[in-house]
Design a protein around this ligand. Structure first.
Ligand code: ATP
Ligand code: MG
Length: 455
């Protein structure tokens, strides 16, 4: 019988303490320590040594990966689910986590594998309703259960190929006195499920709730524990959803999956450029950039608004762009490209709720801001990419050829890229040495007299 002890654990970071403290010693947050009843093992078994083996003797095959049948999900996972791995899928309420995973389970079960859905959030009947709407999930087995011991025992006995736990916050270990969803419970559930996944070879997917700042709720240790953390994001008011990996032990974390929410479930969008990379001709403050997300080049519309401001420190607000990068681009525009923004608020938005993180998208942001500041639209059929240096010179972006191919595929006429970008595709590449030259090339009637006219 486990001995029950009282512990205080930080609700943010999971740091534990024997007594209550006002400030968490782990993360420095105030008032986050909550009392938890914690079961500790009543004694350790005598340890027996084990024999290590050379890596060469370990059999592992890339082909063992289980395809989820949802190509965008496979892409983000790095080619499918790895057997015996633990994947955490986080996302805002209603973003479509259950829908995505039920679709995947349906496809897995149709492929002749056993797929189990453990639902603690919805009743079996509710899941059946969704399954009927989505279609193709008749073979998926379902277990409506929140008791952790029962779930683990079922997994060990049944050994399905893939199991989805929806959600980890509803699981409840009765040995612990605290409520389901508390730090101790979530940590216990994840730890136990990890052991079962590795021992029984079940590829397990945990659904996790997110806190209001977007992190997966529960202790930080949860993210360390699992093999893969996927974030399902998207505007609930738009039908597009974006799945990205923030941690992946078996693949790149730069990959991105794009979905569209329809009545028949989530449909993968294999060609997001078509969706996100179109601007209205003649519109001021919009530019098309070609950003690279993992191995996938993607055309994105970047919009900017430049408005006069009386603030001593004008605002630089970016949605989907890194604020530091935005501040840098605004400074370089002012200093090296003659776009004065010192007394103007600058707002930048990336279409479709996509976040751009790579420097190759700098030029698109700069061109959109320059267009907004000067009140001159970007030329029609123009896309841009390139990194902006602090000296105002453009630096070459990685994988330029793939970006150019994507632009050519979408029928763009001209691409403005850093000097030295070679092209084998049939579209005009306007090479620009500096940011100033790129803006002159990109804007429709950018005459010298218009420089600095806005704001
Ligand atoms: N009949 C329908 N037609 C179109 N879209 C629907 C329909 N029913 C549900 N949806 C979409 O599915 C979303 C809910 O999906 P789902 O239940 O998979 O989300 P979730 O992330 O699991 O949410 P939670 O965190 O509450 O479990 C809704 O926000 C809605 O956009
Ligand atoms: Mg759900």
């Amino acid at each position: 019988m486990a001995k029950i002890t009282v512990q205080f654990a930080c609700a943010d970071c999971g740091t534990t303490s024997g007594r209550w403290l006002g400030k968490c010693p782990g993360c420095g947050a105030f008032g986050t320590l909550v009392e938890e009843l914690h079961g500790s093992p009543s004694g350790t078994k005598a340890a027996r040594p084990s024999t290590p083996v050379p890596i060469a003797d370990v059999s592992a095959d890339e082909a063992d990966r289980i395809s989820t049948g949802v190509s965008e999900l496979d892409r983000v996972l790095g080619g499918g689910l790895v057997p015996a791995s633990l994947v955490l899928v986080g996302g805002e309420p209603g973003v479509g986590k259950s829908t995505l995973l039920l679709t995947a389970l349906g496809a897995i079960s149709r492929g002749g594998r056993r797929a189990l859905l453990v639902t603690g959030e919805e009743s079996a009947a509710q899941v059946a309703l969704r399954a009927a709407r989505l279609g193709g999930a008749e073979q998926v087995e379902i277990l409506a259960e929140t008791e952790l011991d029962t779930v683990c025992a079922t997994l060990e006995a049944e050994r399905p190929d893939v199991c989805v736990i929806d959600s980890v916050q509803t699981l409840h270990a009765s040995a612990l006195g605290s409520a389901p969803g508390s730090v101790a419970q979530v940590r216990e559930a994840a730890g136990r499920l990890l052991r079962v996944a590795k021992e029984s070879g079940v590829a397990t997917v945990l659904v996790g709730h997110v806190t209001k700042d977007g992190a997966v709720a529960g202790p930080r240790v949860l993210e360390h524990l699992v093999d893969c953390v996927l974030q399902f994001e998207g505007d609930r008011y738009h039908e597009h959803r974006i799945l990205r990996a923030t941690k992946n032990r078996f693949g790149s974390t730069n990959e991105l999956g794009v979905f569209e929410m329809t009545a028949a479930g989530l449909v993968g969008v294999p060609d997001p450029s078509e969706l996100f990379g179109t601007t209205h001709p003649g519109e001021v403050g919009a530019a098309v950039g070609c950003a690279l997300e993992g191995t996938r080049p993607m055309l994105l519309e970047v919009q900017a608004l430049v408005a006069p401001s009386d603030l001593a420190m004008p605002r630089r607000v970016g949605t989907g762009v890194d604020p530091k990068r935005l501040a840098m681009i605004v400074a370089v525009l002012g200093r090296h490209a003659g776009v004065a923004l010192a007394s103007a608020d600058v707002f930048v938005n990336v279409a479709g709720g996509v976040r751009i993180e790579e420097p190759g998208a700098d030029l698109a942001v700069a061109l959109a801001i320059a267009s907004a500041a000067r009140g001159v639209p970007v030329r029609e059929g123009v896309a841009v990419f390139g990194e902006i240096g602090l000296t105002g010179r453009l630096r070459q972006a990685s994988q330029a050829e793939r970006r150019l191919e994507e632009c050519a595929k979408l029928g763009l006429a001209t691409v403005i890229a850093p000097a030295g970008t070679a092209s084998r595709v049939s579209l005009r590449v306007a090479a620009a040495e500096t940011l100033r030259a790129a803006i002159a090339e990109g804007l429709e009637t950018a005459s010298a007299s218009a420089v600095g006219a806005a704001a």
